[in-house]
Structure formats: structure tokens, C-alpha cells
Design a binder for this molecule. Structure first.
Ligand code: CA
Length: 460
């Protein structure tokens, strides 16, 4: 009995180490029989967490937070598991929307600030240029004026004691003497003379240079003479616009060809709307031109210095949609001949083919249109003489031809080959001057004219 009790005590002592290693102990069961127990600790069981208590609560809390985050991302409103609704679980769309709005407004304001800064810089630059220009004008002696010039002085004339000036006049007139001017006296229109007879173009003479523009604004341009001048301007008055720039508004008037050649304008008018293209023309006391970035035609009355009519040319391409081959936004080309006022252009419907429209000179309404088969981009320029459209093959070739003629009286197109010279290699404007019965052109800074030979006058 003593021996059995000793074994039981040993078994109890050995049990204390049974957590870490295998153990054997022995004792009596309820019936008094001896019982041996053998214990081996499992590595997995030794690392098992307790099934309950603070660790489980911690896990639940973490799971709740994770669920709330998932719900937030999915746009749902879910409370964390076993917890109170917290800041992380609150609905956020309003806040996010407000934040997006604020960011967008900030970006907008930033852009606006930068734009205003650029405008300010430009204005500063212009002010500086104007200040220098004023100083230059003040430092020069006055030039003599013709009585005509004095009579036409207006509030828009530049500078005290001097009327208007084209760029060379402002920057020094050294250049004009090297250009030999051809002065032609043009008789005033006589109402008793029947000048409606028309002839076919037979030949074009050599280009005669009248003036060279002396800065980049005059690389392209248009010059004109009114075949039916209206007071206060005389029949010999010539007009000129340099067309390089985004704000082309200045119309220079010269008493005659001599003054034009010398660069002494007697008038400078500031157009109310900027002009596009070299397709302007002058007729019966009005300047007709295409408003910049639009198909709007404007009739500007020279005497009152006001817009007299404004109308869209229906479906006309503009701003480089259907230019002549040299480009330059020559989409709408206006001109005057014995038959009246014409517009040469194209439309989407015509797919780039030249459309000729006869316009009402008073209202600018289209009276009649002709659609030709001439690709506008395939010709350098065109002009109207007596209801016939002539096209020039090249704007750059020194020796080129007038290659097609379209007669609006018969709606017939005919190929021709009339020699034509681009003396300066970049012709940006060619139009018939009914006043002088010549061609006027603007060839790479140079204002040139060409004599014409017209055939036998016809009855139409
Ligand atoms: Ca033309």
C-alpha cells in the first residue's frame, strides 16, 4: 500500500513538467484499480490561442473596421461590427463632391489668373510701343499736305499736324524713291458714256511696280480703286490694306497713285470689325470685306465711316476651309466688274469647287449663284471681267498662265493659256480694277498693276 501511494505522489510531481514533454503517471481509479496515464504534448496544441477573451474581442473590432471601410468604398452605409458608428464609417459623398468642386474651381481660377497675366503683359508691351511711336512722331518735323488731304482730316488722323501714314511714312521714307511710280490720270465716271460693253481677255502686260511695303504686315495685302467713287473721295483715290496680323483693321487712303507710290496716305480709317483675306473690294463709296473668322460680309460706308450692311454669305467656307492654292485665308474673294459686285468662294456642298455669286451691292444678298467645276485650291487666284471668271495657275512661278475662264452668261468653262508673270514670286491678291481697266495685284510686299488687252466688245 505504501508503495502504491509513493507512485501516486511521484505521478503528481511528474505532472508539473508534462506541459513541455512526454509524461507518465499512475493512480487509482474510483474502483481502486491502478491506472497508468501517458501524456505527449502536441506542437499544434501548444500554440493554440485561447478560445475567447480579449483576443477574440480585438479580432471582432478589427473585422468591424474592415467591414466599414469596404462599405465606404462601395458607397454603402454600414456600422462596424460590434461598435458605435465612427467618423470612418459616415457617408462621405457630399464631402467628396464638395472637395472635387473646390479643386475644379481652384484650377479654373488659376487658369483665369494666368490668362489675365498674359493679357496684362501684352497690354504693357503695346503701351510701350505706342509710347515709343508717340515720341518718334513728336521728334519729327511736319510734312506738307495737299489741300485734299487737309480737307479730309478727321478725328482718326494720327498726330497733330500730320494726317495719316503708312508704315514706311512712319519709319522713314527713304525707300520710295527707288520705286518708279506710274501715275495714271483717271477721268471721273461720266454717266453719259456707255461703259458696259465687255470684251474677252486677250493678253496681260508686264507687271508695273507702284510701291513696296516695308514691314511684315505688308507681305500680303489688297489695294483697290473705286470705279464709281462717292464724295468726299475723288475718282483717283486709291485704298490699301496690309493683311498680315490677327487684327487687320486699318484702311489707308491715298489721293492718287503718286501719293500711294510715295507712301503718303491722306486718310486712315479704322474698321469696326477686323478683316480676313485679301478679297476686299471698293465700290460706290463702300468697302466690302469678309469679317475675320466668319462668313459675314460687311459693307462699310467710307463717307459716314459706319457699317451700312452686314450679312452672311450662305454656306461659304472661311478661315482656311477653301482658300486659293497659296492659302492665307483667301476663302472669300470679292470683286467688282462691269456687271457689278461678285463673291468667289466655295461651300461644303460644292466640295471645294469655285462658286460664283452675284451680290446686291446695297443689301449684300445673293442674287444668283453659279457652281463651277474648278477646284478652288488648284488655282492661285481669280478675277472677274465682265461677268467672266479668270483663274491664274500659279502664285509663285515667275512665268505662269491664266488658264481657265468661266462665263456666267453661258455657264460654260473654257481652258485658255494667257501668259502672266509673278515678278516677285508670291502673289497674294489679283483683281480687275474697273476704274483703270487693269489688273491690280499684291506680289510679295509689292503693289503691282498689269495692263490688259481686251477683245472686241460684245453686246452682252
Ligand atoms: Ca481676286
Amino acid at each position: 500500500m505504501f508503495f502504491l501511494s509513493l507512485l501516486c505522489i511521484c505521478g503528481l510531481l511528474l505532472r508539473g513538467d508534462a506541459q513541455d514533454r512526454a509524461s507518465l503517471w499512475r493512480g487509482n481509479d474510483r474502483s481502486g484499480r491502478c491506472q497508468y496515464t501517458f501524456t505527449v504534448p502536441s506542437p499544434a496544441e501548444a500554440t493554440c490561442p485561447q478560445a475567447g477573451g480579449p483576443e477574440l474581442d480585438g479580432l471582432k473590432a478589427r473585422l468591424g473596421v474592415l467591414e466599414a471601410l469596404v462599405a465606404q468604398l462601395g458607397g454603402k452605409d454600414v456600422q462596424p461590427r460590434g461598435g458605435q458608428p465612427g467618423a470612418a464609417a459616415r457617408p462621405q459623398p457630399e464631402l467628396q463632391e464638395a472637395l472635387s468642386r473646390a479643386v475644379a474651381e481652384r484650377n479654373l481660377l488659376q487658369g483665369e489668373k494666368e490668362r489675365l497675366q498674359r493679357e496684362l503683359d501684352t497690354l504693357k508691351l503695346r503701351m510701350e510701343e505706342m509710347r515709343r511711336e508717340t515720341e518718334r512722331l513728336r521728334s519729327r518735323p511736319c510734312l506738307s499736305q495737299s489741300p485734299m488731304a487737309a480737307a479730309t482730316a478727321t478725328q482718326q488722323d494720327w498726330g497733330r499736324g500730320r494726317l495719316a501714314a503708312d508704315s514706311t511714312w512712319l519709319h522713314g521714307a527713304q525707300g520710295f524713291q527707288e520705286v518708279k511710280a506710274e501715275v495714271t490720270e483717271v477721268p471721273a465716271p461720266d454717266g453719259n458714256v456707255d461703259n458696259t460693253g465687255c470684251g474677252q481677255l486677250i493678253s496681260v502686260g508686264e507687271p508695273v511696280t507702284h510701291r513696296k511695303a516695308d514691314n511684315i504686315a505688308g507681305k500680303y495685302g489688297v489695294w483697290m480703286q473705286d470705279p464709281e467713287a462717292v464724295s468726299p473721295y475723288g475718282a483717283s483715290m486709291l485704298w490699301r490694306i496690309d493683311t498680315i496680323g490677327t487684327e487687320v483693321r486699318q484702311l489707308y487712303g491715298y489721293d492718287d497713285m503718286e501719293q500711294l507710290s510715295k507712301g503718303f496716305p491722306s486718310k486712315v480709317l479704322l474698321l469696326p470689325d477686323p478683316l480676313e483675306s485679301t478679297g476686299a473690294t471698293i465700290y460706290r463709296g463702300s468697302l466690302y470685306y469678309q469679317r475675320r473668322l466668319s462668313r459675314t460680309l460687311i459693307r462699310y460706308d467710307l463717307a459716314s465711316e459706319n457699317v451700312a450692311a452686314r450679312r452672311e454669305l450662305p454656306h461659304a467656307g472661311f478661315h482656311g476651309q477653301f482658300p486659293y492654292s497659296w492659302g492665307g485665308y483667301t476663302d472669300i474673294d470679292l470683286s467688282v466688274d462691269e456687271k457689278g459686285l461678285w463673291a468667289v468662294y466655295s461651300t461644303s456642298k460644292a466640295q471645294g469647287a469655285i462658286v460664283i455669286s452675284k451680290l446686291d451691292p446695297h443689301s449684300l444678298e445673293v442674287k444668283r449663284s453659279w457652281e463651277t467645276s474648278i477646284r478652288k485650291a488648284s488655282v492661285a487666284n481669280s478675277f472677274m471681267i465682265c461677268g467672266k471668271l479668270y483663274t491664274v495657275a500659279s502664285y509663285a512661278a515667275r512665268d505662269t498662265t491664266i488658264n481657265q475662264v468661266y462665263d456666267t452668261a453661258t455657264s460654260q468653262l473654257k481652258a485658255v493659256s494667257i501668259p502672266f508673270k509673278n515678278k516677285y514670286g508670291y502673289n497674294s491678291m489679283i483683281d480687275y480694277s474697273l476704274a483703270q481697266r487693269k489688273l491690280f495685284a499684291w506680289d510679295n510686299f509689292h503693289l503691282v498693276s498689269y495692263d490688259l488687252r481686251l477683245g472686241r466688245q460684245q453686246a452682252n
